[in-house]
Write a protein that binds this ligand. Sequence first.
Ligand code: AMP
Length: 285
Amino acid sequence: VSLTVIRSAEEFRLHCRSLAERGPLGFVPTMGALHSGHVALMRYASQQTRSVAVSIFVNPTQFGPTEDLARYPRTLEADCAACEDAGVELVFAPDAAQMYPAGDQTRVRAGALATGLCGASRPHHFEGVCTVVAKLFALAGPCLAVFGRKDYQQWKVVQRLARDLFLPVQVHGHPIVREPDGLAMSSRNRYLSEEQRGQALGLIAGLRQANRRFQHGERQVEELVRACRERVEDHGLRIDYVELVDAEELQPLSQVTDSGGLLAVAAFAGSTRLIDNCVLGQEAP
Ligand code: AMP
């Protein structure tokens, strides 16, 4: 099977339709600068389906005015090679004018799932995500879409989007893929200096510390959050948030039960914003 690279939205729609005629279609939306985390999603998708499509689009509407849209890494050639290696049949790499042609004005607004965590510090982020994902799902048609749980809130928001809009898309969440030292893989890791790369380990150190405390019986939210914050700050990161919320609706927890909750962290190494999370008691980070 060889890789087809498409830039036009209408052609993407037609190719997806013809792939779907042969059997279940997998779909992995990305912003490119692909790494082994993305590849794991593609391989998972291809185990579940007959053929896999990947989109590569740095979506301007999900970036805030002071964020890294302009400098976001763009590595299309290497990305296509990685897709081909992973057995992907179709890459959709539109430009902004394909996804937002002249006259475009509709936006998709998420609900309560999107207001806390990253939604609090990135006010229009999830509106941008929901809008572009709705457009991509409309083009892809019936499929199994795979999202990473590194962006846990995004995964939940997109799952709800598909359900609420009756889109014929199943949304699966893939576990976080990490570097050998525990850092969650991210396209933004390329921004890190050597020193910041060391600081970035504060995220996993914080999650592991809180998870250990949880396993030893700690159930107080403030205490678990404090344990995490302490490690993150010790590493020289500047915290955006550390929060413990229920893992389904993402609302703040006052009490942790044995079934745990989602511990989510966002922090800056220099000007690079990094996120990570774990579900306490379910998976050791
Ligand atoms: P991005 O290109 O950063 O928008 O990511 C595209 C998809 O890959 C999203 O569903 C991400 O959650 C997922 N992803 C990115 N990094 C990882 C990772 N380290 N582990 C699992 N999924 C990831």
